[in-house]
Design a protein around this ligand. Structure first.
Ligand code: GLU
Ligand code: ZN
Length: 485
């Protein structure tokens, strides 16, 4: 059996999107499962749109997900270079071979002429296809054209009839009429290759056995198959992944929220959660299992179980899943990650920054509740903001003003007397207050929560007071008393 070799081949024209990340992941899982090789290839031949920055970002994002490649631009390998702009001569060589075989030809049409043709097609509401003018030029006409346009492009001479069948591992056979294929450009007049040609030559030279990519490329596959045929090269296998849709069943886009992977990283999603979630976006092991470690995915993944139907992106499920992975962290791991989000908000004083015990207490308090790390400052802002505001209305929903006044002054006394400021002592004294005033815990704790945190929902109350400290707690109760007097 030939060794499995797959590739992820991004065009570095922008950020890595969720769809691209999923394609990379499926390639990675498939290669690891089959003890194969995973290759990163940068398709940067469109030099007007490719940037170094995008290459760096894509590499960073893939590394963050933990999808490490065996061959690629930064790690090398025996089939390099792995950036298409460094392989230009190779494409030239195969283009020459196609020319020799009359499976390609020089096209002398100028961009003006082509624009005219395109315009005409648009007016007639038909899809543009090159009219093959230069395919059938006589030798003499060619010489004349060559003089007028010494920098011709090279076009593929597509078969004019018959069908090309794409045998797709996920969707079975798909027929394409060759007359629809178009004599597409393989080498531009500036000498650079186009995507369909460069990708095909590279997939061959890099000995790619399985091409797993988004189904937005399905219409390119018959073109690529025709190139393999013209050059007499062995065909790889193909698997096209269905689209990812938003909840409204339209293709996932900015309208649905963040689509770039780095936005998820920055918001505080964990790579483990992202990998798990993306794996399920178009693949399922069975109808029960939701959580998979990367190793479990490698063990269980198969193309047979990849769905033909589009997957629907559900941010709520991702958030829920991320919460699960956050809860699985140790408190110290969670603290390490969460701390950054407090710092970004400007929340930690110099002494708090260094007080690991205090910080871990704080993080332990909210770890169960947080779904995305960026929510952390919201949960604990009452510890850092000096002017915590509460709504009188919210207070009056629980207690009448007069009762609240009595509650706060008694609570003040109960707390003021504490010589050791710990959650157990705080709890004991405040529970004592419930009995004394003959009020339910809710009627005592909820108003206190409100004036301390400004919110009706907060981390556990006694721990919150402990973290806030005696002085500030008393101060807030005093202020509340003033406000309702
Ligand atoms: N460079 C192409 C893209 O980013 C890759 C297509 C392929 O995998 O063949 O869409
Ligand atoms: Zn032409």
């Amino acid at each position: 059996m030939e060794k499995v070799r797959v590739r992820f081949a991004p065009s570095p024209t922008g950020f890595l999107h969720l769809g691209g990340a999923r394609t990379a992941l499926y390639n990675y899982l498939f290669s690891k499962k089959s003890n194969g090789t995973f290759i990163l290839r940068i398709e940067d031949t469109d030099q007007t749109r490719s940037t170094e920055k995008a290459i760096k970002q894509i590499i960073e994002d893939l590394r963050w997900l933990g999808l490490n490649w065996d061959e690629g631009p930064d790690v090398g390998g025996s089939y390099g270079p792995y950036r298409q702009t460094e392989r230009i001569e190779l494409y030239q060589k195969y283009a020459q071979e196609l020319l020799k075989k009359k499976s390609a030809y020089y096209c002398y049409c100028t961009s003006f002429e082509l624009t005219d043709l395109r315009e005409k097609a648009r007016k007639e509401k038909i899809s543009f296809r090159y009219n093959r003018r230069c395919r059938f030029l006589s030798e003499e006409e060619k010489r004349k054209c060559q003089k007028e346009n010494p920098k011709p492009a090279i076009r593929f001479a597509a078969p004019l009839e018959g069908v090309t069948i794409v045998k797709d591992l996920i969707r079975g056979g798909i027929r394409f009429f060759n007359r629809e294929l178009d004599d597409f450009i393989i080498i531009r007049s500036d000498g650079t290759p186009t995507y369909n040609f460069a990708a095909t030559i590279d997939d061959y030279l890099m000995k790619i056995t399985h091409i797993i990519r988004g189904d937005d490329h399905l219409s390119n596959t018959p073109k690529q198959i025709q190139i393999y045929k013209a050059l007499n090269l062995p065909l790889p296998q193909f698997a096209h992944l269905s689209m990812i849709l938003g909840p409204d069943k339209k293709p996932l886009s900015k309208r649905h929220g963040a689509t770039a992977l780095f936005e998820y990283r920055e918001s505080g999603y964990l790579p483990e959660a992202m990998v798990n979630y993306l794996a399920l976006l178009g693949w399922a092991y069975d109808d029960r299992t939701t959580f998979f470690t990367k190793d479990e995915l490698i063990e269980k993944f198969s193309l047979e179980k990849v769905s033909k139907n589009p997957a629907v992106f559900d941010i709520n499920k991702l958030d829920w899943m991320n919460g699960h992975y956050l809860r699985k962290l140790s408190v110290s791991e969670f603290t390490k990650l969460g701390k950054d989000y407090l710092l970004k908000r400007g929340y930690l004083t110099q002494s708090q920054k260094g007080d690991l015990v205090w910080l871990e207490k704080l993080m332990a308090l909210i770890q169960e509740r947080v779904k995305i790390l960026k929510e952390i400052p919201e949960w604990v802002d009452f510890l850092f903001n000096s002017d915590v505001k509460f709504e009188l209305q919210a207070l009056e929903k629980v207690l009448k003003k007069a009762e609240a006044r009595e509650l706060f002054s008694k609570a003040y006394q109960k707390l003021e007397v504490l010589s050791h400021w710990g959650k157990d002592e705080i709890e004991k004294n405040l529970r004592g207050l419930c009995q004394e005033m003959n009020l339910s815990p809710k009627k005592v704790f909820q108003p206190i929560r409100l004036v301390i945190t400004g919110k009706t929902v907060s981390p556990p109350l006694f721990e919150s007071l402990e973290l806030l400290g005696k002085e500030k707690t008393l101060e807030r109760i005093r202020q509340a008393l003033e406000e309702i007097s």
